[in-house]
Ligand binder design. Sequence first.
Ligand SMILES: *[C@@H]1O[C@H](CO)[C@@H](O)[C@H](O)[C@H]1NC(C)=O
Ligand SMILES: *[C@@H]1O[C@H](CO)[C@@H](O)[C@H](O)[C@H]1NC(C)=O
Ligand SMILES: *[C@@H]1O[C@H](CO)[C@@H](O)[C@H](O)[C@H]1NC(C)=O
Ligand SMILES: *[C@@H]1O[C@H](CO)[C@@H](O)[C@H](O)[C@H]1NC(C)=O
Length: 213
Amino acid sequence: MASLTVLGKVLLATLLAAAAAAVQLPPLPQALQQTPPPAAEQFLDLWHRSMVEQQRINFTMDNQEAPKTIISPSNHVVTNFAPQDVPSPLYSLQGRFVELKTKLVRDYLVADLVEPEDKNLLNPDGFAVRNLNNKTIVFEKNATGTVTINDFPVVNMISVEDAQIYVIDGALFDHMEQVAEGSRALFDEHSAFDAPMPQDERRFGPKNSTENI
Ligand SMILES: *[C@@H]1O[C@H](CO)[C@@H](O)[C@H](O)[C@H]1NC(C)=O
Ligand SMILES: *[C@@H]1O[C@H](CO)[C@@H](O)[C@H](O)[C@H]1NC(C)=O
Ligand SMILES: *[C@@H]1O[C@H](CO)[C@@H](O)[C@H](O)[C@H]1NC(C)=O
Ligand SMILES: *[C@@H]1O[C@H](CO)[C@@H](O)[C@H](O)[C@H]1NC(C)=O
């Protein structure tokens, strides 16, 4: 059994290494690790867990800058990414799901600081920036001061040291579909083998939102 465990570890490291080589996560700013703002804690927890997975394969993030602008789906959006009664790919350590999670988190991160007071947000077409996956993110502010990001209203803005967090009540791009598809794939795998779910793919209940990470 001991050799199986070792083999398992080697396979896991290989899967993780393959995923991390393709896409990498930047470090979560120190201040946000220590005191995650409650309004964004589920997303920051997802980022933090993904970072820890990368560190397990000794991937060093020293050469990467922490992003200055963070778009966080609200807590209930993150906890509802996958239906409650099926395994969530966001808790799976399979290489393809580690990669899905890494890409998903990177979609919410922008290298440069976008400040809510920036006059560019008032442009008729808003202010377009690129996220870490080089996809377009459009910030807009209307005459009464409501900020939207890719048309999702911003429900909370938190400034922490040199980073700015924008909480939106939704998921960007096609993330809901991607996670749902991953859930179905995991569910089918488990059903096919009629085996108990591996520890790492168990669906953990949402964290108590009044509790810190
Ligand atoms: C992890 O990476 C560092 C820096 O590249 C290296 O010095 C260290 O030996 C590595 N540790 C392991 C266990 O591979
Ligand atoms: C980002 O996308 C734009 C538009 O598709 C492209 O012109 C640019 O080269 C891309 N940048 C990188 C770093 O891939
Ligand atoms: C700005 O957006 C908010 C939220 O969608 C809306 O309630 C408000 O009426 C808008 N203001 C203007 C001037 O369009
Ligand atoms: C969450 O934690 C708080 C404080 O520890 C507690 O009062 C509350 O009952 C908990 N809620 C749930 C749903 O567990």
